[in-house]
Design a protein around this ligand. Structure first.
Ligand code: PLP
Length: 430
């Protein structure tokens, strides 16, 4: 596989962009390889600067549930750009997307658009603190909520993969109100509430954790979070930046039937354009400026091109509900391929899957939290990853990230991937 042009671009990039990338995990550090530089993408495939093509399971880290460059979405983006790409003034498109989100996500009565998941989370926490008049935030080990200082503690995703869950530059004073707990641990969270319940402004959780690899919730854990926060007057925030419109049209809250007070969204609601949003109960959201005193703003928030991509994407998902069952089935096939190849070649493996999101962990024991996730054999993961890439399968380059299957994955693409899994596991065995 020729990768001369990508290598050349990477060397040039490293001179002028820190690490050569604009988001750390893209540099392929955890798997000890150099990243292909991407030229274009269509449907299930991405194409690099050397003319190689891959079947893509990164999906831009979640947004591309319909696959790349879907014709209707491209058309909507073109049309919006022709009408002017930003006005800094209210538009009908913002109202349409806000209404679609309120209609879809069971607990959301009002919503504010921002530009990224990080911004959504940062604003949601500020709002929860203002609403409760308290400071403490509880987060869970291995959950990633973007790179905002206050939650960059025991974080997942790149912060876990790069081995720096606590970033330098975050003042210790800043995170002294951030309490961390173990995901899916019902006992510990009860103890925390018993100790400091009256000081807790919010519990923030990924209702399906996607940033230590995919880790499904124990439904009793989610229900307990709901009960404890309600009893102690704290706000429950579901960070649905990944799960929103992914695990079902109404997100994880619809899928598991547990409703938070505030929800953060991103990824799919922008159809591949930069977007985030936070929404929830009307009485809480009304505190946001200018209807209330909690300040939050954005020059490009509600950007018309991003709104157009989001509206079209959600329209397609809403009007074709079988997209979810069809995409989930494709992911189920991959789950089976992982398990049968692991069995055949005696590779220790545990696969977690929720709908169209999945992670093969190179460990024999079930993965239910951060501690069990990090027991995975990351060297074996790197070996598997390299083989898959050589066979034209583009995966998230870390054991602690999630694979996303899109509706655009074809029968042929899934078959090729199944075969590549078998071939990669055979090589691991040799
Ligand atoms: N929350 C979760 C659950 C995420 O997975 C991410 C990013 O992957 C974020 C928040 C941050 O979103 P963004 O990268 O758009 O800032």
């Amino acid at each position: 596989m020729d990768n001369a042009r990508s290598q050349e671009l990477f060397e040039m990039a490293k001179m002028i962009i820190p690490g050569g990338v604009n988001s750390p995990v893209r540099a392929f550090g955890p798997v000890g390889l150099k990243p292909p530089f991407i030229l274009k993408a269509k449907g299930e495939k991405i194409f690099d600067a050397d003319g190689n093509r891959y079947i893509d399971y990164v999906g831009s880290w979640g947004p591309m549930i319909l696959g790349h460059a879907r014709a209707e979405v491209v058309e909507a983006v073109k049309k919006a750009a022709e009408d002017g790409s930003s006005y800094g003034a209210p538009t009908e498109k913002e109202v349409v997307l806000a209404q679609m989100i309120c209609d879809a996500v069971p607990s959301v009565e009002m919503v504010r658009m921002v530009n990224s998941g990080t911004e959504a989370v940062m604003s949601a926490v500020r709002l929860a603190r203002a609403y409760t008049g308290r400071d403490a935030i509880v987060k869970f080990e291995g959950c990633y909520h973007g790179h905002w200082d206050g939650l960059l503690v025991k974080a997942g995703s790149g912060a876990l993969t790069m081995g720096v869950p606590n970033s330098p530059g975050v003042p210790s004073d800043y995170v002294k109100s951030t309490v961390t707990a173990c995901y899916n641990d019902c006992l510990e969270i009860q103890e925390i509430f018993a100790d400091i319940g009256s000081r807790i402004a919010a519990v923030i959780v990924e209702p399906v954790a996607g940033n230590m690899g995919l880790v499904p919730p124990d439904i009793e854990f989610l229900k307990l979070l709901r009960r404890l926060t309600a009893e102690h007057g704290a706000v429950l925030i579901f960070d649905e930046v990944i799960t929103g419109f992914r695990v079902s049209y109404g997100g994880a809250q619809e899928y598991y039937g547990v409703l938070p007070d505030i929800t953060t969204l991103g990824k799919i609601i922008g159809g591949g354009m930069p977007v985030g949003a936070y929404g929830g109960r009307r009485d809480i959201m009304k505190l946001v400026s200018p209807s209330g005193p909690v300040y939050q703003a954005g020059t490009l928030s509600g950007n018309p091109v991003a709104m157009a991509a989001g509206i079209k994407t959600l329209e397609i998902l809403r009007d074709n509900p079988s997209i979810y069952s069809e995409t989930d089935k494709k992911a189920e096939r991959l789950e089976k391929a992982f398990n049968s190849s692991a069995e055949r070649y005696e590779i220790p493996l545990h696969v977690n899957r929720v709908g169209s999101a999945l992670s093969p962990f190179f460990t024999r024991q079930p993965v239910s939290d951060f501690k069990t996730a990090v027991k995975s054999d990351t060297r074996q993961f790197a070996g598997y990853f390299g083989e898959m890439l050589r066979n034209g399968i583009y995966l998230p380059p870390s054991q602690f990230e999630t694979m996303f299957v899109s509706h655009a994955h074809t029968e042929a693409g899934i078959k090729t991937t199944e075969q590549a899994i078998g071939a990669a596991f055979l090589r691991l065995k040799e």
